[in-house]
Design a protein around this ligand. Structure first.
Ligand code: ZN
Length: 499
């Protein structure tokens, strides 16, 4: 039996290698590749993905997993052996339910959708995207039906949040939707954030960001930071973590985005090294991944305690920009709450409303209660209702995000759930570590990093997101700590109690 298990590892290793090779080609396409390489690159990526998929649905793999059932049962739930077999079986069973033609059609329509989205933005005309979106939704309904769910949205959500149901997401988001608007309304008015509208040379920003990330645990042996248009993090192996950033001349949002991507990278870096080249070597879910990026970007990166330590260094790097700016003014500017048109520019408080709006619309689109042609008006109406803003045209409105054009339905809520989880983890870490703020003030970031390794990262995909959360914080998903955190933050930033 042990030998058959080794054979399984060998097969899974090949699937993982192909996936990582495809990820490297994608990373290269976003960071280094000259534009004329795009067409050939698309073919190369498609070939690797196709071969990986063939291995993933191979009947021999299914037979092997079946044969290994007694071996799995002979091992503890948490053991490496049982975990690999359990997760590989789940992946296999999901993969074989989808007919290859449908999968190919989805991939093609997503690629066409992306190009239509670029064109629609160029022309400022939603009509360019509309036929692709209509076709995409048809295909997504067929895809969802492969899993015979009670609610088609459940099937799409499951690809990002294994085991989670749309109704559970809705319950959490409804709670936030009730609490966030009064919080935002209670914000006393704009603060002076002029220090973040100054010019910061990108090369100096990079040097500063790298110095921070090195303190936090990044090292040149296992990490890289490169430039791209849309920042992301990818891991090619536990010892090969790639972060990307886009450093603008104005403000420091590029530095914050480095802190965000670091959180994603650290998760991958700290998965149990024994899980490499198996399906366990990944985050538990998209929301868990996002919880890690949000934790380092917001709970650490926008924290007054952190800046008590880092601000002298930042000021030294940018004496002209910040020499006359007191720490408190800088921290307030970093935490300004004000509704923004674009989701990606949103602050910690208003961000979740952007997500709720998208969750509601994509559920209605999938259910067929909202027709794709009516989407722009529905989008604008919710922008007015939730954020009090009126998009001037589709580029400011419904065309601002790429997700729907690429058929990423079910993904948006993971951003909001990530915020919720990040605070649940933070509170538990703070309780375990003693005075976390004091540690940050002294520049001691290692205890938090190690806590996350021990309680979250090392498990990779071996636990379901529900099991992982239960073990890490002792309870299920709960929006209350997040809401309490936002109230405290607003009080700190604006100096008035917010109820
Ligand atoms: Zn992220």
């Amino acid at each position: 039996m042990r030998q058959r298990f080794e054979e399984l590892l060998c097969r899974l290793g090949a699937i993982s290698d192909l996936g990582k090779a495809a990820a490297l080609l994608a990373w290269d396409a976003e960071t280094k590749m000259p534009p004329a390489g795009a067409e050939a690159r698309a073919e190369q990526r498609a070939t690797l993905t196709r071969i990986a998929h063939e291995l993933q649905v191979a009947p021999e793999l299914g037979a092997l997993l079946e044969e290994l059932r007694p071996f799995e049962e002979a091992h503890e739930h948490d053991s490496f052996e049982a975990s690999v077999i359990r997760v590989a079986r789940r992946d296999y069973e999901k993969a074989v339910r989808v007919p290859p033609e449908l999968r190919a059609e989805l991939t093609r329509t997503a690629a066409q959708g992306y190009h239509a989205w670029l064109e629609a933005r160029e022309e400022r005309d939603y009509g360019v995207l509309l036929p692709r979106l209509e076709r995409g939704l048809e295909l997504l309904r067929r895809y969802a039906a492969c899993f015979e769910p009670d609610d088609p949205y459940d099937a799409l959500l499951d690809d990002y949040e294994p085991g989670m149901k749309a109704a559970e997401v809705e319950a959490v988001l409804e709670r936030l939707k009730a609490e966030l608007p009064p919080l935002i309304a209670a914000v006393p008015g704009p603060v002076d954030d002029s220090c973040l509208r100054r010019r910061y040379p990108p090369e100096d920003q990079r040097r500063f960001a790298l110095a921070v990330l090195e303190r936090w645990g990044m090292d040149a042996q296992a990490w890289r930071l490169d430039d791209t248009v849309h920042p992301f993090a990818t891991s090619l192996a536990p010892g090969d973590i790639r972060l990307t950033t886009n450093l603008h001349e104005e403000g420091l949002s590029g530095v914050l985005s480095c802190l965000h991507e670091f959180g994603h990278g650290l998760y991958e870096r700290q998965v149990d090294p024994a899980y490499a080249r198996t399906p366990l070597a990944d985050g538990a879910s998209s929301a868990f991944h996002e919880s890690q990026s949000r934790l380092w970007e917001n709970l650490v990166g926008r924290n007054l305690a952190t800046w008590r330590f880092l601000y002298p260094e930042l000021r030294e790097a940018f004496p002209e920009q910040l020499g006359d700016v007191p720490l408190e003014t800088f921290h307030r500017a970093l935490n300004t709450v004000e509704p923004t048109m674009r989701r990606v520019d949103a602050d910690e408080v208003t961000y979740t409303l952007h997500v709720i709006l998208r969750f509601e619309l994509e559920r209605a689109l999938l259910a067929g209660t909202l027709a794709p042609r009516d989407l722009p008006e529905a989008f604008d109406a919710k922008m007015r209702e939730y954020l009090g803003l009126e998009p001037a045209d589709p580029v400011e409105g419904v065309l601002q995000d790429v997700h729907w054009s690429e058929l990423l339905f079910g993904y948006f809520p993971t951003y909001a759930l990530g915020n919720v989880i990040s605070v649940q983890l933070w509170e538990r870490a703070a309780a375990d570590l003693g005075d976390l703020d004091r540690q940050l003030e002294r520049g001691e970031f290692a205890p938090l990093r190690e806590w996350l390794r021990e309680h979250v990262h090392r498990f990779g995909r071996a636990l379901t997101p529900q099991q992982l959360l239960e073990r890490a914080v002792g309870g299920p998903l709960d929006p209350e700590p997040y809401l309490a955190y936002l109230r405290r933050k607003l009080e700190q930033v604006y100096g008035t109690p917010v109820t």
